[in-house]
Design a protein around this ligand. Sequence first.
Ligand SMILES: [Zn+2]
Length: 481
Amino acid sequence: MALKLYNTLARGKQEFLPLNPPYVGMYVCGPTVYGHSHLGHARSYITYDVLYRYLSYIGYKVKYVQNITDVGHLAGDRDVGEDKIQKQARLEKTDPVEIAYKYETSYFDDMDRLNVARPSISCRATGHIMEMIEHIKGLLDKQKAYVTKEGNVYFNVRSYKEYGKLSGRTLEEASEGERIEVAKDKINPEDFALWKAAEKEHLMQWPSPWGMGYPGWHIECSVMSNKYLGETLDIHGGGLENSFPHHECEIAQSEALYDKTFVRYFVHHNMLTVDGSKMGKSLGNFIILKDLFKKTDPMVLRFYILQGHYRSPLDFTDEALNASAAGFERLKNSIFSLRKTVTDDFQNSDSISEEDYPDIKRVKEDFLSAMDDDINTPIAISVLYELMKISNVELSSDDKDMNKLALINRLATLFAEEILGLKIGSVRSQSKEDELIELFIEMRNDFRKNKNFAMSDKIRDDLKGIGIILKDGSSGTTYSK
Ligand SMILES: [Zn+2]
């Protein structure tokens, strides 16, 4: 089976065929760096991290470009309001460059903890002002844009016939969002800013042929993706809520200049809600990753996010997160048991083939076909559990097949760590505390085997007394702290 991705442009799943295999150019809209990253960022970048890992696994050489928006994203999202970074600089009584750098560092720190691989190229909008000016000049030469006497430059959406092809919105619908504040110098209300004239007190401004100013929000993504990946990208990723106007505007800007398809596959992930509501600072349900990581292992969050399909809405609740924590613990414990048994001699043995083990072969095929089917991580995770079930049966056998266990270990590593990016760790990296708990579990099992239930219950209750809860399941005993 070949990889299929849901392409928003086609409104359906399509076989993924890059323009110049084995190379794949992938661009994902990066964060606007004016605050610490929140749950929504985790969902977004984990989604594309898994896509990136899977494309690499199936043999593509992926160049993954992600921007850092450090100028031009206005509070109103639609060409009005204060620049988000400048506003934060005012609140923190510092300058915008410091704000952008501070939160960019914070973003990468959070992503590292979530085991999200760094993009091949991370590019800042402020580092590409010259290229943006050149792009805008090109659009003006082709009469796709116009300069107003105020010194603003707008893209004339009526000059680009296919505007709306991504979101399916007509021009009339497109202008509805502009009802509140429309910049008065636009020809059509749905036109969008490529360049904005800056007032004197605006802290971030650059000279341009149209006077001192700063770029509009959308132009950076067209310019940087085209600069690093060429005029046609294989994949463009981002949040569904950005398909309009942001991605629609990106398409217009690039295609109007180059007369070439901008993006072959537009991949959008769905929104994340908290307790059924959209996350918002004013609603009191805004979850900053750094706060969450104080009580939750980042890998549990990663596991939780991957238990949902990226195109489905994901509702975050404490109960659901706790269920994921227990599930992840179970998975880790199964893998630990496996790794304890499989010795180093076997761990590197590549000569063992799944062809000799039809049950393992089938599990591998199931995992890969789940991933091929539009990166269906919830199914892939359920297949991983199946693999661990086979592992547990083999581990409890008196006559263990070490070759089979080594093969399972290799696949568990491939599925969980390399493709899904879940850091499991080795048994050796467990803390002394974990090793001691494991020791108690083994002692308790021995007592139970000998029907000494008074002692086995005492171990369970004493551990509970210090906050360690044992759970007996079909795959053995697990614990949570
Ligand atoms: Zn973008």
